[in-house]
Design a protein around this ligand. Sequence first.
Ligand code: ADP
Length: 459
Amino acid sequence: MSIPVIDPATLETVATVADLGPGEARQAVDTAAAAFRDWSRTAPRRRSEVLHKAFELMLRDRDELALLISRENGKSLADATGEVTYAAEFLRWFAEEAVRPGGEYGSAPAGGARTLVSHRPVGVAALITPWNFPAAMVTRKIGPAIAAGCTAVLKPAAETPLTAIAIVELLVEAGLPDGVVTVVTTSDPASVVGTWLDDPRVRKISFTGSTPIGRILLRQAAERVVNSSMELGGNAPFVVTADADVEAAVAGAMIAKFRNGGQACTAANRFYVHDAVYDTFVARFGAEVEKLTVGAAADGAAIGPLINEKALVRVRAAVEEAIAEGARISHRAADGPQTGWFYPPTVLADVPATAAILQEEIFGPVAPIARWTDEEELLTLVNDTEYGLAAYVFAGDLRQAVRIGEAIDAGMVGINRGLVSDPSAPFGGVKQSGLGREGAREGLREFQETQYLSVDWGL
Ligand code: ADP
């Protein structure tokens, strides 16, 4: 059995990969469990060197990997090249963190006992990644897993397995021993991941994907109390205040909305622009949106297709519903080619605060813009969501920017910046956007467990 990998720009089959099931999933755990004993005892410096080398190899192959990402995901070459660099940086960051596993030595307050605290690899980890960042979501999990001394089974999204396979090949070229990471491709994720969560040897799940699937996996993980990291959906607000630098806000909005064609969990999903600058912002932002070219990465377009037909149908319906609720299309880029799942970047102005599109994760190149005047009302609207991943605030007065930023229930807030992702910063959400953090020191901790020895030295 095999799964075709489709280029969403041309609908051509790029390659096929094996369609594996529960049997292979269990074998992958056999492999990871067998490799754990040696790998978890490898010197941290050695693990660091493998990651460093893999970082260099990813940069060596940057153009080739970018092409692969564009072919299976559809994103523009500029986005794909940026992703390879970003993805490689996780390997470098965790190469640097690998030699800092942490630990503590303390005295019990009552005297006598000494406490030795260490951070140990959690064990075999199941890594589940989505299709929107086929490289970065893989390295953001594999990097800390390897650094911590874990072994892993990895299930990439069926839409984009090729990049994950290529990255694991580079890790092996960099010296990663056989069996430390095994990729399992499947068109039946529920049975593969279900097999893993049923297996007592799997001690960790790290998942990036939608909130509904995250909930299912948390329920399954509860059966055996599996250590869970969840990077789930978002509904990022993009706030522009009355004294914001509109040009800077427009530049930030283009990145926050259109990186990856809007198919990012951190994508600006709803814009709240102060009445004083509303018309100027819509006009300037709209003018930039109309310049975006839509088409295949191979043709140099800025915006690629959506991942599949289902996504296209969903985005179309969300826009139609918003219009029925009173919004209007103020600006729109030219249509893309007829083949492929293209949707033209669209600005929706005069969106009522109650519109459904402000509550749903759009995951496409559509920017709904609502108006605000009162900061308290704004904050109520902004926080009226089950999500809490990213937010963006553009303001001249930095005190106001920080005040708003701190009042937003989100794990990450960009202040006068349209991009929050950074391997050295703790990426993650609050509320139903997830549990745990990726990147930074915290990212390593997700793959470690703390143990202490309470010691009587007889002193
Ligand atoms: P998206 O809407 O971005 O595709 P999903 O949450 O459906 O988000 O997918 C993210 C990842 O979760 C993918 O690797 C996908 O194959 C996997 N996945 C989807 N459904 C399940 C499931 N029932 N159990 C385990 N993994 C799943």
